[in-house]
Design a protein around this ligand. Sequence first.
Ligand SMILES: C[S@@+](CC[C@H](N)C(=O)[O-])C[C@H]1O[C@@H](n2cnc3c(N)ncnc32)[C@H](O)[C@@H]1O
Length: 282
Amino acid sequence: MRSAAGDARWGSGVAARVLDGRCVLKVADGSIASKRHGGARIWDADSLSEPHGQADKSGRVRRMFDAIAPTYELVNSVFSLWRDRYWRRRCVELAGPGSGDVLLDVACGTGDFCRAFLEAPRPPGRVIGCDFSENMLRLAADRSRRRVRWVRADAMRLPVADECATIVSCGFGLRNFQSADVALAEMCRVLKPGGRAIILEFSRPDHKIIRGLYEFYCFRVMAVGATMISRDRTGAYRYLPHSVASFPSPREIVGALKRAGFSTAVVRPMTFGAVSAYLATR
Ligand SMILES: C[S@@+](CC[C@H](N)C(=O)[O-])C[C@H]1O[C@@H](n2cnc3c(N)ncnc32)[C@H](O)[C@@H]1O
C-alpha cells in the first residue's frame, strides 16, 4: 500500500491519510478564491499541437483545474447542453451498484460522479472520491452532504490497497492523465477480481457530417463561450477540444483496458458518439 500522507507536493491545505484501505481527507480552512492560480497561460499553440506528449502534462492539468474549479460545473452543464448529468446516470446504470459495493471514483473533480452513484436506487455502501486538484476537491467536500471520503491523490499512484474496491469510476479523467495506460493499470490493481470499471470520456462521432458539426461546436462555440464564462486565461477550453481530437479512439481504449489487465471491456457510445462509456471487468 502506498500513502500520500505528508507528501510535500500536495501542499498543506489538504492532506490524505490512507489506513488499511480506509481513506480520510482533511480539508484545512481557506477559501477557494485564495487558492486561485490567477489564470496564467498554461496551453499555447505549441503545446496544444501535442497536448498528450507534454512531459509536464500532469502539472499543467492540475494547475488548469485549480484555476477553473469555481466555474467547472456551470460550464460543463451549459456546453454539454445539460447532457452531462444523463451521461453519468447512464454510466451508473451500466455499473449497476448495490449496497455491498465499495466505489472509488478516480479524478472525481467536484464530485459529480460520486453524487450520481449516491442518487442510484441502490447506492454503493462506501464511496471514495480522489483527485489531485485541491480546488476541485474543496468544492466536492463543500457540496457533499452525504458520506463520501475525499482523498487527494494522483491517479498514477492511487494510495489504496490492492483489490479493495468493487467499482472504479472515472468521468472525463482518462484523457487528462500523464499516462492513460498507467492509470488504467492502477484502476485494475485496486479492483477486486470480478469488480468493474466504468469510464466516461469524450470521443469523436464516427459520422463525417456529425463530426464536422461537433468539431465546429467544440473548437469555435464552446472554446470561446466557455473561456468567456469562466474568464479563463489558462487555455483550458482550447486544450479540451485539442485533447479530445488527439486522444486514442474508443476501439484503442478498449484495447488499452485489456492490456491493463481487464478480462472484458466494451464501449457504449452516447449522443452520436460525442462521449463514450467503457465498462470493463477485472
Ligand atoms: C474534467 S474533470 C472531471 C471531474 C469529474 N469526474 C466529472 O465527471 O465531472 C477531470 C478531473 O481529473 C483530475 N485529474 C487529472 N489528472 C489527474 C491525476 N493524475 N490524478 C488525479 N486527478 C486527476 C482533475 O484535477 C479534474 O478534477
